[in-house]
Ligand binder design. Sequence first.
Ligand SMILES: Cc1cc2nc3c(=O)[nH]c(=O)nc-3n(C[C@H](O)[C@H](O)[C@H](O)COP(=O)(O)O)c2cc1C
Length: 193
Amino acid sequence: MSSVLVLYGTGEGQTQKIAERIAATIGERGHETNALNVADRPDASTLDEYDAVIVGASIHVGKHQDEVRNFVAANRDALAEMPNAFFQVSLSSADEEKREEAAGYVESFVTETGWHPDRIGQFGGALRFSEYGFLKRLMMKRIAKDLLTEGGEPNGDVEFTDWDAVDAFAADVAAFVEGRLGVAPDTTEYSGA
Ligand SMILES: Cc1cc2nc3c(=O)[nH]c(=O)nc-3n(C[C@H](O)[C@H](O)[C@H](O)COP(=O)(O)O)c2cc1C
């Protein structure tokens, strides 16, 4: 058994939802997991409490959360010493024609932080029209016009996250962590793949 930190930044909660799903999926294999919001101000010593770490961030106007980028840049050596992974949440990943744009955000993150994650996941995010103010609502409708059904006038939330892909990423990272640390999943509680 190992302990895995899922550290995330989030604007409207979709990255938090994905982080919690990843933590739960890895937890089902018998590992101790904790999903922690970067806004709760973890420091370098936080990493000492875990055997492995997964960092998640979402894209807002072409950028990841500053807090995530700063934390990763400041702690990249400590991150590199443990099995690690990165996942990114964006609307671009939900649009077949914008996959390159999403990959470009990941590339920028790697360049800006100097951290080269062992595993990388990219997931479609969500539109939370119920939480946007007037201007954000207008902007997001324009940005996401290709993703929204024609003539649709969404008032609620629209989710583009592929949860099977999230579960597959979590399983892949768990297997990688187990391999690196030489620990086995706890099969008394876990019966998945
Ligand atoms: C103000 C705003 C700006 C955004 N800008 C981008 C963008 O530039 N590129 C993109 O792919 N997605 C963009 N998105 C989509 C978000 O990445 C998506 O809504 C995601 O689910 C947000 O996750 P979070 O709730 O964890 O912050 C934007 C969303 C908002 C609300």
